[in-house]
Design a binder for this molecule. Sequence first.
Ligand SMILES: CC(C)=CCC/C(C)=C/CC/C(C)=C/CC/C(C)=C/COP(=O)(O)OP(=O)(O)O
Ligand SMILES: O=P(O)(O)OC[C@@H](O)CO
Ligand SMILES: [Mg+2]
Length: 244
Amino acid sequence: MHKIYDLITSVERTLGILVDPEKMGFEEVSAFAKALSLNSSRIIKKFDVDQIVLLVGGSTMENVDFDKWTQHLRGSTKLPIILFPGSHKQVSSAADAILYLNLISGRNPDYLIGEQVAAAYKVQEARIEVIPTAYLLLDGKNESAVARVSNTTPMSQQDIDEVVKTALAGQFMGNKLIYLEAGSGAKQPVTDEIVKAVQQRVNTPTIVGGGLRTKQAIKSKFDAGARMVVVGTAIEENLSWLDI
Ligand SMILES: CC(C)=CCC/C(C)=C/CC/C(C)=C/CC/C(C)=C/COP(=O)(O)OP(=O)(O)O
Ligand SMILES: O=P(O)(O)OC[C@@H](O)CO
Ligand SMILES: [Mg+2]
């Protein structure tokens, strides 16, 4: 079962729209997803991408029935839904796939193997596609929720070799995607230089996210070689950012 992975790798530019159940109520997400579906060709044109997908997740997930929320989203759109879990609790059979994240920029065993073990049965029983993903948290120049929750130190964006070596190790360990993350709301997104340097050595498709707020910023990550670019905060703050 590689449907979603094939979908991502079959085109050059996928825009990932991150929706966080903690930040959108049932009503809101339903209206948002319907508007997205209706306007998807316009969004694709506007951002000059080949397709859009939805990512669902958050660093924290308090007071939300994650499964119910994801089912609700499923009922409102036919767009692909990919889980982007902050913990083993963020699993739902209503999604199409899950990024099975390994936080390899950090040295916290809970996020290298603990969460993955805790989620294993649940993911298998959900019968969704599993996409092993190396997750690298880079310094976005403000303390990110991921750094706080995972209790790990982001990698410096100055030490390009260390980032490239880590991404390459992620590939050799069998990961099918590399996610370069500057953190939600980053002041300094992942630089084009890092994306290019990773691209030169690593032939695993790369996702880039964190702090991207303009069409131009998104384009520059694709031009640097990203296969998917993820936007969350810009849309959360202003739902009309997408022009829908
Ligand atoms: C394999 C499974 C089921 C879980 C893996 C769990 C791991 C290793 C997670 C990596 C570390 C982590 C906490 C990632 C969070 C990823 C995520 C959903 C980010 C989006 O949330 P943000 O937008 O950064 O934060 P806020 O929710 O605070 O806005
Ligand atoms: O919220 P933003 O800054 O768009 O970041 C998206 C995502 O990469 C965070 O995990
Ligand atoms: Mg966020």
